[in-house]
Design a binder for this molecule. Structure first.
Ligand SMILES: [Zn+2]
Length: 305
């Protein structure tokens, strides 16, 4: 499934929302220093270790070396930076066919990923092979709606993680797509799929009430679907308290994030950056006195690294 582009109306809504947010929190001489948390995100990198090959329309773009350089530079500018991935790290080039995920997870570890979630293609060789590949991941893998209890993935996949940056507690959780028609049942053996809205409501409540998170980020492999009862937009419209969804699965190329109103009226940002690691998404969340005051986002083009 490949969709690209976002309609103009959504674009304008996004800009207006950001404008309003910024206007509502004017800078003044008495405010304490702001804390900016930068979230960098990728999705559907699909075993693209090298830059895109010559026969691709994005020839020469992307590649893990360039991504590592970009991330290093941004971390230097702002140490309060998290790098996350929304799944489908595996499948797409011979690196996966030959090394079964070792190269992809080693590369992500070297780049310095903080967390990632599971896409459907992570299960292409089954649960045992995924667990073997995840031995090479030195970052957290999270999924709130794939219940892996009793499987070999139990020690490798958490429901969520919390990181504290600049005194701000950040909750990170993941949501996976329904395996029906996407994952061979044999390859998903022992894993229980939970409705993403149900799982998200439960985990977000925990992150907000018990873990005291001021920022809640979801890595979603549900896909960007503008209407209907599935996908990132639907989850955001049904669940209170998710500030940001770093999306994946539909390979949707967005130049800017879109916003979706939560049931309580607050806004969730949704951003997805195509595929193959050609782009990296960046969202800067500004906190004032420990509270989220504004957000700004942009697409980072790896040609400019
Ligand atoms: Zn996928």
């Amino acid at each position: 499934m490949i969709t690209s582009v976002i309609n103009r109306r959504t674009f304008l809504t996004t800009s207006a929302a950001f404008g309003a947010t910024l206007a509502a929190f004017p800078r003044d001489a008495f405010s304490v220093a702001d804390t900016v948390i930068t979230i960098l995100h990728t999705n559907d990198t699909h075993s693209q270790i090298d830059p895109l090959p010559a026969n691709d329309r994005n020839a020469g773009m992307g590649g893990v070396a360039r991504r590592a350089t970009l991330v290093k530079r941004i971390r230097k500018e702002n140490p309060n930076t998290l790098l996350v991935d929304a799944g489908d790290v595996l499948q797409g080039t011979p690196y996966f066919n030959f090394y079964k995920g070792e190269v992809e997870y080693k590369a992500m570890s070297a780049i310095g990923y903080d967390a990632g979630t599971l896409g459907n293609h992570e299960f292409d060789n089954g649960v045992e092979a995924l667990a073997a590949a995840l031995k090479f991941a030195n970052f957290d893998v999270v999924s709130a709606n794939y219940d892996v209890k009793g499987t070999v993935l139990e020690s490798k996949v958490k429901r969520y993680v919390v990181r504290t940056l600049g005194g701000i507690r950040v909750g990170l959780f993941g949501l996976g797509v329904s395996p029906t028609a996407l994952i061979t049942p044999e390859n998903f053996k022992g894993v229980t799929y939970i409705d993403p809205v149900v799982a998200a409501r439960e985990v977000v409540k925990k992150l907000r009430d018990e873990e005291r998170c001021a920022l809640v980020v979801c890595m979603s492999h549900l896909g960007y679907v503008e209407t209907g009862d599935r996908g990132d937009t639907f989850v955001a419209s049904q669940v209170d308290g998710i500030d940001f969804i770093a999306g994946g699965h539909t390979h949707t190329f967005m130049e800017k994030p879109v916003t979706q109103a939560q049931p309580c009226g607050a806004k969730t940002l949704i951003f997805q950056v195509g595929k193959s690691g050609i782009y990296v998404g960046r969202v800067d969340f500004t906190f004032r006195s420990g509270k989220l005051a504004s957000a700004s986002a942009r697409l980072l083009d790896l040609r400019n690294v």
